[in-house]
Design a protein around this ligand. Structure first.
Ligand SMILES: [Zn+2]
Ligand SMILES: [Zn+2]
Length: 311
């Protein structure tokens, strides 16, 4: 393997052998984009390589500034940039999220992007492959992090008849929760903040049945004192302060985002500690390179058995 196959610079994660970036943070010539979350998909790149869903979200969000030349790539469809052969595999994080498998001079490098192993029927299930180098996020790479079962977390809503103000990330989490609530709490009516509605529509367009949902209207919570769920993005959620007559919950894997709410809701679209170990077992890498979060605990855990490099 090549030690500097991927390096971190001001633009992001760069491969000089193929002259492309993975999830670039600044506009670049060749951008391989793992998924549509705002911290991964930025506007203004020249040649963009991503899945169809990622492209649609970027165009919805950035309009004409989304980028010059989109190359829409299906999962498992190999393509080349500068002599590096690239294949997307489902990452199980949100709809259209891709892990990026790169082959170069006989070595395989697997960049996970954001990914998860937990069941989520609102997106493609993760597909692993073997790789010499695993490049992975370490958002929750801490032995103390253990994400609970999402179905059991959603069960909490069945104990609450009062209306619920539910804070969610609008892309991915909102759709996953809509589907979970419609299956586990069918007595609830889901109302969407106007910024979330179009993303739900995109999911439906791509064949994901999320169950029933509707636009939020001003008087709905007042007129119906029970079993209404109003899903709002983080900024709106925070602006509500001490809302009267509703139970406030925020869906996240982060402890600090649970403080100050009426009930906790630990649902994460990232891997926890056990999931990272499981991933390493499946991929069987010779080396692990880490980005995002803190890779030190992983490095300590594997100190005798596996090279862990923090990029
Ligand atoms: Zn993400
Ligand atoms: Zn991310």
């Amino acid at each position: 393997m090549i030690a500097d196959f991927l390096v971190k610079n001001a633009g992001g994660l760069y491969c000089k052998y193929g002259d492309f970036y993975l999830d670039p943070q600044l506009p670049v010539k060749n951008a391989v984009i793992s998924h549509a979350h705002g911290d991964h998909a930025k506007p203004g790149n020249q040649n963009i390589y991503c899945t169809a869903f990622t492209q649609e979200v970027m165009k919805l969000r950035f309009k004409k500034k989304a980028g010059d030349n989109f190359n829409v790539i299906s999962y498992h469809q190999a393509f080349e940039i500068g002599g590096v052969t690239i294949t997307f595999l489902p990452a199980g994080h949100i709809l259209g999220s891709a892990m990026v498998k790169m082959n170069y001079w006989g070595s395989t490098y697997l960049f996970t992007g954001d990914f998860k192993l937990q069941k989520d029927t609102s997106c493609e299930a993760i597909e692993f492959c073997k790789a010499d180098v695993l490049i992975t996020e370490t958002t929750f790479a801490n032995p103390e992090t253990k994400h609970p079962n999402p179905e059991q977390e959603i069960e909490k809503l069945n104990q609450i008849s009062t209306n619920i103000l539910l804070g969610v990330y609008g892309l991915g989490k909102a759709q996953r929760l809509t589907k979970l609530i419609s299956q586990i709490c069918p007595q609830k009516t889901i109302h969407l903040h106007y910024s979330i509605f179009p993303i739900h529509q995109l999911y439906q367009k791509h064949g994901i049945n999320l169950g029933p949902f509707q636009h939020y209207g001003r008087k709905i919570l007042k007129q119906n004192p029970e079993n209404q769920v109003y899903m709002v993005p983080p900024l709106t959620f925070n602006s509500y302060g001490r809302a009267i007559g509703v139970v406030k919950m925020f869906a996240s894997g982060w402890k600090n985002l649970q403080h100050g709410n009426d009930e906790s809701l630990y649902i994460s679209d990232h891997v926890d500690w056990d999931d990272i170990l499981e991933t390493i077992k499946m991929v069987e890498p010779k080396q692990v390179w880490t980005i995002h979060g803190d890779g030190n605990q992983l490095k300590a855990y594997f100190s005798d058995s596996l090279t862990v490099k923090i990029l």
